[in-house]
Design a protein around this ligand. Structure first.
Ligand code: ME8
Length: 521
């Protein structure tokens, strides 16, 4: 099928603030979004996967000043670090957008103009409590006065300062009913449901107009006709999702094909921006709304919060060096219920590597392929008639695609992987019960034929599983499919069973056990 015939699927991550190095929370978001993008590609979609960096705003300017570098330089340097990390993590993005890109500036000005033309932008005096770290305003009631006389946001514990300026405002208050109608008519717009409920209550409580320009610093997209104002960083940041597919050229092929986005993947701290402000901006600008915003949880290091601003950051690439890329990807996708908070620790990662990858999967691959190499002429064995047990297992493997698809469609990758591993568990039990090594020892013609059938069935399940684990573990899955000499790796290829007689390369271990490095005593 050519790209023209394939259905479109547009998926995005949040764009990160490049005011520091990426942490494991960022890596988690990219890996999970990547798994979703890869799944759709393998399932026949023409996927556009957008990620990148959010480079404007006061936070960036302040960090640059503190580090004594030009803000452009800080942004470029750190944006490169993010892009390099994406590549090291096998993130299959189609574009890495930077909000300092020229086309993004055009898109931001265009959306502003559309909101202005719709009568939703006006100039007014503003005073309020601003948190630079959150790049957000708080009302007095949303802040707490500390003993030392300073004030913080009650929700996020970040310092706030009293800010007074003449700002442009967006008439957010006018969108309360429209937003509530959206959540009502499209309950799938915000997931998981707990996030949706929070947002519905928040909007029901009433919306104030939103300050959307700044005059106290200049690192941002200038407001059209008012060069003394820069756009509030979130106006420009959210617009990246439109820039990525060609806005403001709404007649362009890319925009026609990919907008509205199928799903924005974000973390829980930016839900309000994506499910209240963003749809309101788009309604005002007369642009279709994204179909869904999926909110993932936060990752905690053994239960402890880490963030760039706090400084207890774990370098994702160090984890990859220690455990291997696919082990880290698998761990994050399998261990954490997508949409909920999760924790990682050395012991938890090692346990997934040794139990799920080495024992359940790697061992099965190694044992079956070694037997085939030694006893079946190093080629896909020729099965004889299938027994009821063989058929049950093959049917189960063939049904996996549908189950995985149902889970991936609602971003529940951990449940898809659980299904796959239940099937691997079943296959291990089958392999032990059928004991092909005993059949080989017996050596009768009948038993050898049965051994070939058992090995064929086992390899066939491994083939289907390896095709389906590609979104989670692209490298290792490809290696297994190489060991099975299988060029057909799309989901449509699942329906074509292994062809007997195809020569196989020498087996190699794919998922080694994690062994603690020896320490000097
Ligand atoms: O919020 N665990 O950028 P950012 C999981 N520029 N996810 C985490 C996390 C953690 N510990 N910490 C952060 C921004 N994240 C804005 C986004 S989008 C138009 C603009 C997630 O670098 C966070 O929730 O602070 C967000 O989805 C992403 O990492 C980037 O965070």
């Amino acid at each position: 099928m050519s790209a023209v015939d394939r259905p479109a699927f547009y998926i995005t991550t949040a764009i990160a603030y490049p005011n520091g190095a990426p942490h494991i929370g960022h890596a988690y978001e990219y890996i999970s979004t990547d798994a979703l993008a890869r799944f759709k590609r393998l399932d026949g979609y023409d996927v556009f996967f957008l990620t990148g960096t959010d480079e404007h705003g006061q936070k960036m300017q302040q960090t640059a000043a503190a580090e004594n570098v030009a803000v452009e330089e800080l942004a470029a340097r750190n944006s490169d670090v993010f892009e390099r990390m994406d590549k090291s993590l096998d993130i299959s993005f189609d574009r890495f957008i930077r909000t300092t890109d020229a086309d993004h500036r055009r898109a931001s000005i265009a959306i502003w103009q559309r909101m202005l033309d719709n009568g939703d932008i006006y100039l007014d005096n503003y005073s309020g409590w601003y948190s630079v770290r959150d790049e957000a305003f708080y009302t007095e009631e949303e802040t707490t006065l500390l003993d030392d006389g300073s004030r913080i946001s009650t929700e996020t514990n970040t310092p706030v300062t009293w800010t007074e300026e003449s700002n442009f405002f967006f008439r957010l208050s006018a969108y309360q009913d429209k937003l509530l109608a959206l959540y009502d008519e499209h309950p799938e717009f915000i997931a998981p449901a707990t996030r949706r409920n929070e947002i519905v209550s928040y909007v029901k409580a009433g919306l104030k107009d939103l300050s959307i320009s700044r005059t106290t610093f200049d690192w941002g997209v200038p407001v059209p006709g008012h060069p003394d104002h820069v756009m509030y960083v979130w106006v420009d940041a959210l617009t990246n999702y439109l820039t990525g597919v060609g806005f403001p050229e709404t007649d362009s092929a890319a925009f026609g094909k990919f907008w509205p986005a199928d799903v924005h993947i974000i973390g829980k701290d930016i839900t309000r921006f994506h499910t209240v402000y963003w749809p309101a901006f788009l309604m005002s600008a007369g642009v279709d709304l994204p179909k869904r915003v999926f909110v993932h949880g936060f990752l905690y290091n053994k239960g402890e919060k880490m963030s760039k601003s706090v400084g207890n950051v774990v370098d994702p690439l160090e984890l990859v060096d220690t455990y291997g890329l696919d082990a880290v990807r698998f761990f994050l996708l399998r261990e954490i219920s997508y949409g909920q908070d999760g924790s990682y620790s050395h012991d938890a990662i090692v346990s997934r590597i040794n139990a799920d990858l080495a024992n359940e999967f790697g061992n099965l691959v190694q044992r079956s392929l070694t037997m085939v190499a030694k006893n079946c002429g190093a080629a896909i064995p020729t099965p004889s008639e299938f027994t009821a047990d063989d058929r049950a297992l093959l049917d189960r493997a063939n049904g996996l695609l549908q189950r995985c698809r149902a889970e991936f469609d609602v971003q529940q990758m951990h449940l898809a992987l659980e299904q796959i591993w239940l099937t691997l568990g079943e296959t291990n039990r089958y392999f032990t019960a059928q004991a092909p090594w005993t059949l080989r020892k017996s050596g009768t013609e009948e038993d050898l034929a049965r051994m070939a059938t058992v090995l064929y069935v086992t390899l066939e399940v491994i083939r289907v599983v390896a095709i389906l684990t590609q979104p989670a573990m692209p490298g290792s899955s490809a290696k297994i499919l190489d060991l099975l000499a299988q060029p057909g790796r799309d989901f449509t290829d699942i329906a074509t069973p292994l062809a007997p007689g195809v020569p196989l390369p020498a087996p190699e271990p794919v998922f080694p056990r994690y062994v603690e490095p020896k320490t000097d005593e």
